[in-house]
Design a protein around this ligand. Structure first.
Ligand SMILES: [Fe+2]
Ligand SMILES: [Fe+2]
Length: 335
């Protein structure tokens, strides 16, 4: 086994062994929980069909429904959609984690490689559906949005996992929960402002994010069972680096501040906030039973102590966060 770009130590090789040993659980999760494309919803299930005689009427209904959704909610939804559309980067990221696809084969039948494809094949529909819905809404500057998508893919993502699969699984556990929260809250605000169809779309996407969250937490839980010290170290490392949002590099190379504006809006209107960040740490610490881990190394004990008080520290920080007073709206058609 060869490792590139990494400072390989014995401990890292042991991590790869752990990753390979839990492959059977990954396979069981796929077989038990993941749907075949034939049985999955598709974006067209939620969108007017051009071949319908009443297509124009249906688009009119869609536009009337979304008309009262506030600009701030729409901008959050667009940011969520752009994030979803950067999918090629996520599949690349996952396949670059050591031990996930040692065969370097995109059609591998090994469970981790299958998971990578099944996960991203589900995700692909999220961007498709939101993109088409927003396009039909008539309220979005699609050219500006498309530029942001291209720019984000062009710039890549830096999730700060350094190719370490433990880091990658902590990241995805956190991020899938964050994405779920964001879609759920967007759906609630869409419903409140009269767009029940959009609320339904947000909820159905959130349901899949919940499944992905379940998967990643389960996989990471297996790591805590096999290698609690390694798991704790990875959890602490990712918490100290902070979980960066996948779309954070969307403006790199430009003078734009679209990401910052999107980030500020989600905080301001409660779609994804500092309090949510703290609550996710809280949830993961409890879900993985960090307080129950025993017979740890000295480093493991220190990591456990750090993690057990971490959520409270973030809750306190969240209380002091001032919501941005003014937010700039981006990606919308000038009215
Ligand atoms: Fe998604
Ligand atoms: Fe997801």
């Amino acid at each position: 086994m060869t490792f590139k770009n990494l400072n390989i130590t014995m401990a890292f090789e042991e991590k790869i062994e752990v990753i390979l040993s839990i492959e059977q659980h990954v396979g069981q999760f796929i077989d038990g929980k993941m749907k075949d494309p034939e049985d999955s919803w598709q974006p067209s299930d939620f969108l007017p069909d051009f071949s319908d005689l009443d297509f124009v009427e249906k688009v009119k209904v869609l536009q009337e429904s979304i008309a009262n959704v506030p600009d701030s909610v729409l901008v959050s939804l667009i940011g969520n959609m752009i994030t979803e559309e950067a999918l090629p980067s996520y599949q690349t990221f996952f396949n670059l984690l050591e031990g996930i696809n040692d065969e370097r084969n995109v059609a591998s039948t090994r469970a981790w490689a299958r998971w990578s494809r099944l996960w991203t094949a589900e995700e692909n529909r999220h961007g498709d559906l939101l993109n088409k819905y927003l396009y039909l809404s008539g309220r979005v500057d699609m050219n500006a949005v498309e530029k942001s998508i291209q720019r984000l893919l062009h710039n890549g993502i830096d999730l700060q996992t350094m190719g370490d699969p433990y880091h990658g699984l902590v990241y995805t556990s956190f991020q899938e929960r964050a994405t779920k929260i964001s879609h759920v809250n967007t759906g609630k605000l869409a419903y409140k402002s009269g767009d029940a169809a959009l609320a339904k779309i947000c909820n159905i996407i959130a349901g899949e994010e919940a499944l992905h969250e379940k998967a990643y937490k389960f996989f990471m839980g297996k790591i805590f069972e096999s290698d609690p010290n390694g798991g704790l170290s990875a959890f602490v490392t990712m918490m100290k680096k902070k979980i960066v949002m996948p779309a954070s590099l969307m403006d790199l190379g430009t003078k734009k501040k679209q990401y910052l504006n999107y980030f500020n809006i989600t905080q301001k209107i409660g779609i994804y906030t500092s309090h949510d960040y703290a609550s996710i740490i809280d949830h993961l610490v409890k879900f993985w039973g960090i307080d129950q881990l025993r017979s740890l190394s000295d480093d493991g004990n220190r990591a456990q102590d750090f993690l057990l008080t971490l959520a409270d520290r973030y809750y306190r920080l969240a209380e002091r966060v001032q919501d941005p007073s003014e937010v700039q709206l981006v990606w919308l058609k000038k009215s």
